[in-house]
Design a protein around this ligand. Sequence first.
Ligand code: HEC
Length: 226
Amino acid sequence: MEYSWIEITVAALFLTAAITLWISRGSGWLSWRFWRNAMVVSSLVMSGILLWLTVDTVNKVRPGAGRVPPWTVINHEIGLQWDPERRWEVPVIGKETGFFGKVYSPQEAYALINKGKLTIQSRNCMECHTLLGNGAYFAPDLTRSWLDPWWKERIMPIVGAKTREAAMKAWLINPPQYPQGKRIMPNLGLTDEELTAVVAFLKWMSAINTNGFPPYFGQKGRTGGR
Ligand code: HEC
C-alpha cells in the first residue's frame, strides 16, 4: 500500500492532536501542561514516522526491490520507456540475452558488479564523471551510459563490435584512440577483467529507476560534458 506525503502529514497531525488531548484531559489548552505534552507527543510521533520512512526507503533501494534492479539484470536486455503519467522514462527489463555470451548467477553477477564498483572507485572516475548525479561535471553522466544510443550508432561501427558491451569495452580500453568530442578521456589502463566488470556495473546502474534522472536522456542522448 502506497501513501502520499499529504496523507502521512495529515495522519501525523491528527495522531499528535488526539494523543495530546487524551493525555492532557482535565487541563485547559492554554495550560503549561497541555503544551508540554503536545511537544513531547509531536516529537515522538515524528520520530516514529522518520524511522518508518527510513526503513521503507532502505527496503526500496535494495537490489531486486522495486527501484533498484537485481544483480542478474546484466543478463537481460534493458530499455527505457516513456511513462505518460509520471512524464519521465522508466527502465524496462527485457528478455534474457546473457552478458558477453554468459548467463551469470546472482552470486557471480554480484561479484562482477562489485568488482566494477571497486574499479571505478580505484580510478576515481567521479573526478570527471557523475554517477546518479554525484561527482564532477567535466564528462558525461554515466548513470544511463549503457543505454546511450551512441554506442550502437557510432562506436559499434568504428570498433567493429557486434554487441553494446563489446563496443563499450573496446572504446574504454583506449578512449583517446577514438575521441568523440572536444574533451578526451585519458587511457586509465584498465585490464580486460576490470573492463568487463566496469561495463557490468554500468549496465546494472542503467536499470535503476531514478525518477527520470538524467532528464531528457532519451531525447538528447549523451548528457553533459561536451
Ligand atoms: C580525466 C577525466 C576522466 C576520467 C578520470 C574518466 N573519464 Fe570517462 N570520459 C571522460 C571524457 C572527457 C569523456 C567523453 C570522451 C569523448 O567524447 O571522446 C568520457 C566518456 C566516458 C564514457 C562514454 C560516456 C557516454 O555515454 O557517452 C564512459 C562509459 C566513460 N567515460 C567511463 C569512464 C570510467 C568507467 C572511468 C573510470 C575508470 C572514467 N570514465 C574516467 C573523462 C574522464
